[in-house]
Design a protein around this ligand. Structure first.
Ligand SMILES: O=C(NCCCOc1c(-c2ccc(O)c(O)c2)oc2cc(O)cc(O)c2c1=O)[C@@H]1CCCN1C(=O)/C=C/c1ccc(O)c(O)c1
Length: 481
């Protein structure tokens, strides 16, 4: 359940946050498949609350396990999964199983609910009220492990995952998705669930269907555990035996270093990965930002680099995709005003808008499509070409200029100093001319961007102005002329 279940040769996931199912299906066929992406993480697929103002987080308040949401209906969901699989792109569903919607009303499929009454699904005895020791019934103290698991997260009715009935409903929902062809799950709010209960539920999940996967393939699991080392008793390491875990320290550290907080330097990344106290690489899901921490109040706070800091964002994502540590997930956002952190996706009176693709391949209509930025898209291919190659030829100027190769398959150079970089470096690559995949790409026999010439001794000259658009140069075996 640590294996992403990707089609071979594909090693990066993309979170198409709040996209509608038909748009995701189209993106798999026109972009994610052709450009070698491995998987798409989609927004929660179960019926959810329709909250006032339609905030993005209404999707994280389930009303039922029907596949009818603001992203589309069950037919569109099944069509998306099939078309993405056919394009070589796996689907991970964001599973919200810790809690249900707050308040009362009806959900996106018209199901009514009131308090802890979800007709036909759950009623009061399926929730944890009796197991919560806080005065208010809500989580009041994150130092109290049982409160964090058994009390309400921001007032959301907390399901009792110790109940066989509840486990059956959740496993039934997840198995329906597995049987439809999804490759795994991003499990929301795992900090708020007992690992033993998660283990019991994951154990009830079917193998993936042999129509699209090898026999005996287990669903891929990414557990969301927000842990930036702040001293909470619940830590990400307590979940790693069940599957991969989101490594929020990755976003925090990479943001602090690229922003040079506390005088931290890129040269400190010589032991990036477990050396920085992060999870074992094979248990780690890494990202520069995600839907929660890009809104500032999430884990890592103000250090997080987002689409708003375009140059730093391209540099940080290039590093993530070039470095062997962890399984990377790219964030693909919609625009929101930095103070309006509740704002939902681009919509027409509540109905999410489609994604418009401009002639130059960028997106319009408020969709940021960071995964389509040339520098990021091309580094996903870099990662594919270099898969399995160890980090070698590390170099730094002791400050914010670094470089390293992945075996003899790829080489990256980054300049985050406030002055020019001019260096002859050992690339470890075969002699020849290579197209820099950051400033452009290889088109037949010429480079649309910079060309780098590697000599017979493996050395090449690199010049990166501190005023350059991207601050990065990257070459690899498939960008060789
Ligand atoms: O101010 C808010 N929430 C309180 C601070 C964030 O706390 C939340 C955390 C949270 C935050 C930090 C932690 O260390 C932690 O263990 C949990 O996880 C959630 C998970 C959900 O499925 C649904 C939620 O409403 C939340 C949530 O409110 C606003 C208004 C309600 C939703 N919301 C939000 O800000 C919604 C945030 C949200 C939603 C979905 C997520 O997957 C997520 O990570 C955060």
């Amino acid at each position: 359940q640590w294996d992403p279940n990707n089609v071979s040769g594909r090693h990066t996931a993309v979170h198409l946050f709040e996209w509608k199912w038909p748009d995701i299906a189209a993106e798999c066929e026109r972009f994610l498949g052709p450009y070698g992406f491995g998987a798409v993480q989609i927004s929660p697929a179960s019926e959810h609350r329709v909250a006032w103002g339609r905030p993005w987080w209404e999707r994280y308040q389930p009303v039922s396990y029907q596949l009818q949401t603001r992203s589309g209906n069950e037919a569109e969901f099944r069509d998306m999964v099939k078309r993405c699989n056919n394009a070589g792109v796996r689907t991970y569903v964001d599973a919200v199983i810790n809690h249900m919607a707050a308040g009362s009303g009806s959900g996106t499929a018209g199901s009514s609910y009131n308090g802890e009454d979800f007709p036909g699904i759950y009623s009061a005895h399926d929730f944890n009220d009796g197991n919560c020791n806080s005065g208010s019934g809500n989580i009041e103290n994150y130092q109290d492990v049982s409160q964090v698991r058994n009390c309400k997260l921001v007032g959301l009715p907390d399901l009792n995952l110790g109940s066989e009935y509840v486990r059956g409903k959740i496993a039934g929902y997840m198995n329906k998705l597995i049987d439809a062809g999804v490759a795994g799950f991003r499990v929301d709010a795992c900090k708020h669930m007992w690992p033993g209960d998660l283990d019991a539920i994951f154990g009830r999940l079917h193998d993936l269907p042999t129509s699209d996967f090898a026999a005996n393939t287990r669903p891929f699991i990414v557990q969301e555990v927000i842990d930036v080392g702040g001293g909470e008793p619940i830590t990400s390491g307590q979940y790693q035996h069940l599957g991969r875990v989101t490594e929020f320290k990755y976003s925090k550290f990479i943001g602090e270093v690229f922003r040079k907080w506390n005088n931290q330097k890129l040269s400190y990344f010589s032991n990036w990965g477990e050396g920085w106290g992060m999870l074992p690489s094979g248990s780690s899901l890494v990202f520069v930002d995600n839907h929660d921490n890009q809104r500032g109040h999430g884990a890592g706070g103000a250090s997080i680099i987002t689409f708003r800091d375009a140059k730093l964002y391209k540099m940080a994502n290039a590093l993530m995709l070039a470095h062997p540590y962890g399984y990377p997930r790219l964030m693909s956002s919609f625009y929101f005003d930095s103070h309006a952190t509740d704002q939902g996706p681009p919509n027409s009176n509540g109905n999410t808008n489609g994604v418009t693709i401009n002639n130059d391949g960028t997106c319009g209509g408020g969709w940021m499509c960071e995964h389509r930025w040339r520098q990021i898209k091309n580094m996903a291919q870099f990662r594919n070409v270099c898969h399995g190659q160890s980090l070698q030829n590390w170099w730094s100027n002791g400050n914010n200029q670094i470089a390293f190769s992945r075996g003899n398959k790829g080489f990256i150079v980054i300049n985050n100093d406030d002055w020019n970089m001019n260096e002859w470096l050992q690339t470890g690559m075969p002699a020849g001319s290579y197209c820099d995949v950051i400033s452009g790409e290889k088109h037949g026999s010429h480079c649309s961007g910079t060309t780098i010439t590697v000599g017979g001794d493996g050395r090449a000259h690199f010049h990166i102005s501190n005023h350059a658009d991207d601050g990065v140069i990257a070459i690899h075996q498939d960008s060789k002329l």
